[in-house]
Design a protein around this ligand. Structure first.
Ligand SMILES: Cc1ncc(COP(=O)(O)O)c(C=O)c1O
Length: 387
C-alpha cells in the first residue's frame, strides 16, 4: 500500500460514512410520523396515502396521483391505464434498471430497445424513428441519474406517430428540462421513493397524470380491480399494488426535505465538477444539457478505459479506501437472458454496452460534508497520478 493510500486509510477510520454510496435520511420527523401511524391503528392504506397523493398533485400541478408499492407496479399500471397490452410495442432504452422493461412484459406488450446517447446515457431520439412500427404505442423515456432526457425531440416523434410518453423519473424528482419541471412532461410521470432515492420511504412509487381514465384504471389495478364503490366486485385481473400508511407517513415528511436534499446533492456535485475537471479526458464529469437542472441522484463519471486505466481498477482502489462506488448499470438489459433469448444479442446496442464498461457512480448523498467530497476527489486524483 502506498504512503498516500495509508494516510488516507488512517483518515478514513475516523469517518463512519465515507464508504456508503447512499445514505437515506431518517430524522426525528420520520420516526415520530411512523409512531403516530402505529398508534393510530390505521396502518394500511389510509389516510397518509391520500395525503401523499394530494401533496404530489399540489407539487406537480397535475390532476391525479396514484401511489403504489413498487416501480414495476406503477409502470405496469401506467401502461395498462393507457390501454397498452398484448401485441403492442413499447420503445425504451436498454441502459436502465430492469423494471422499466419488465413492466412492459407484464403488460403483455413487447419492449423494443433503442440505444442511448454517448453524452447523457439516455435514449437517443435520433434512433427512435427506425424502431417504430404500426404496433408501437408508447415510449418509456428514463430520466437517468437525475437529469431529464431530450424531451423536445422525443415529443416531436411522439406527436408525429401518435405515441404516448411515460417518463420513468425514478431518479429525477425536482429535475427540470429547459427550466420546465420534469413532471410536466409526458402523459404519465412516475417517480420512486425507494430507500436510496433523493427522498424516500424505503419502498414506494407514485404516478401522476392528467389522464382521468388512466388514473381510474391505475387505482383499480392497484386493488385487485375493485372500485372504491363496489368492494369485492372484481372487474378484471388486478393486483395488490397497495402501500401502507407507515410508508406514506415517512414520505409525507420527506416531501418537506425535497428542496434541501436536491440542493445539497447539487452542491456536492459542483465540488466534484470543479475539482475533477482537470482530469479530463481520462475522467469525465457528467454531461449537463443547457437549461437542465440535474438533481444528481447519481453522480456519474466516465472513465476512459485504456491499458493503464480502467473503471474497475479505480473502483477497487476506492473500495480499498472504504469509498463505495456503484455501477449503474453493469450489463444492459438486452444481454440478460429473458431479453437476449428472444430478441437481442451482443453488439445490438453498442453505446449502451460501452457505457456499462465506463460509468462509475461516486457518493453524492446529502450527508457528505465538503471534507468528505475532497477526500474522495484526492483519492481519485492519486489513482490517476499514480498511473
Ligand atoms: C430507472 C428505474 N426504473 C424503475 C425502477 C423500479 O424498480 P422496482 O420495481 O424495484 O421498484 C427503478 C428502481 O429504483 C429504477 O431505478
Amino acid at each position: 500500500m502506498s504512503f498516500f493510500k495509508k494516510l488516507l486509510s488512517l483518515f478514513i477510520k475516523k469517518q463512519s460514512y465515507y464508504h456508503l454510496i447512499s445514505k437515506p435520511i431518517i430524522g426525528k420527523e420520520e420516526i415520530d410520523a411512523v409512531v403516530r401511524v402505529l398508534r393510530s391503528w390505521t396502518v394500511a392504506q389510509w389516510p397518509e396515502v391520500g395525503q401523499l397523493e394530494k401533496s404530489f398533485c399540489e407539487l406537480t400541478g397535475r390532476k391525479y396521483a396514484v401511489a403504489m408499492n413498487s416501480g414495476t407496479a406503477v409502470i405496469h399500471a401506467a401502461l395498462y391505464g393507457l390501454w397498452i397490452g398484448q401485441w403492442d410495442e413499447v420503445i425504451c432504452p436498454p441502459f436502465t434498471f430492469v423494471a422499466t422493461a419488465n413492466a412492459v412484459l407484464m403488460a403483455w406488450a413487447t419492449p423494443v430497445f433503442c440505444d442511448i446517447n454517448q453524452d447523457d446515457y439516455m435514449i437517443n431520439p435520433k434512433m427512435i424513428e427506425a424502431k417504430i412500427t404500426e404496433k408501437t404505442k408508447a415510449i418509456i423515456a428514463v430520466s437517468l441519474y437525475g437529469q431529464v432526457f431530450r424531451y423536445d425531440e422525443i415529443k416531436k416523434i411522439a406527436d408525429t406517430y401518435n405515441l404516448k410518453i411515460i417518463e420513468d423519473a425514478a431518479q429525477s424528482i425536482w429535475a427540470t428540462y429547459k427550466w420546465i419541471p420534469s413532471w410536466w412532461l409526458g402523459d404519465v410521470w412516475t417517480f420512486s421513493l425507494y430507500a436510496t432515492k433523493n427522498i424516500h420511504c424505503a419502498e414506494w412509487w407514485i404516478l401522476v397524470t392528467d389522464d382521468e381514465e388512466c388514473y381510474e384504471k391505475a387505482k383499480m389495478i392497484r386493488h385487485h380491480w375493485q372500485s372504491e364503490k363496489t368492494r369485492y366486485e372484481y372487474h378484471d385481473l388486478g393486483y395488490n399494488y397497495r402501500l401502507t400508511d407507515i410508508h406514506a407517513a415517512i414520505a409525507n415528511q420527506q416531501m418537506k426535505k425535497l428542496d434541501w436534499v436536491c440542493k445539497k446533492r447539487q452542491e456536492n456535485a459542483n465540488l466534484y465538477n470543479s475539482w475533477l475537471a482537470d482530469l479530463y479526458p481520462i475522467i469525465q464529469t457528467p454531461y449537463l444539457h443547457e437549461g437542465n437542472m440535474h438533481v444528481y441522484h447519481q453522480y456519474v463519471i466516465k472513465i476512459l478505459s485504456q491499458d493503464w486505466y480502467s473503471r474497475d481498477w479505480l473502483m477497487q482502489y476506492l473500495k480499498d479506501l472504504n469509498i463505495w462506488c456503484g455501477v449503474y448499470y453493469p450489463k444492459p438489459l438486452h444481454l440478460h437472458p429473458h431479453f437476449s433469448r428472444i430478441w437481442y444479442s451482443k453488439w445490438d446496442f453498442p453505446v449502451s454496452e460501452q457505457a456499462s464498461q465506463e460509468v462509475l457512480s461516486l457518493p453524492v448523498h446529502p450527508l457528505l460534508s465538503s471534507d468528505d467530497i475532497f477526500f474522495i476527489i484526492s483519492a481519485i486524483k492519486s489513482y490517476v497520478n499514480k498511473h
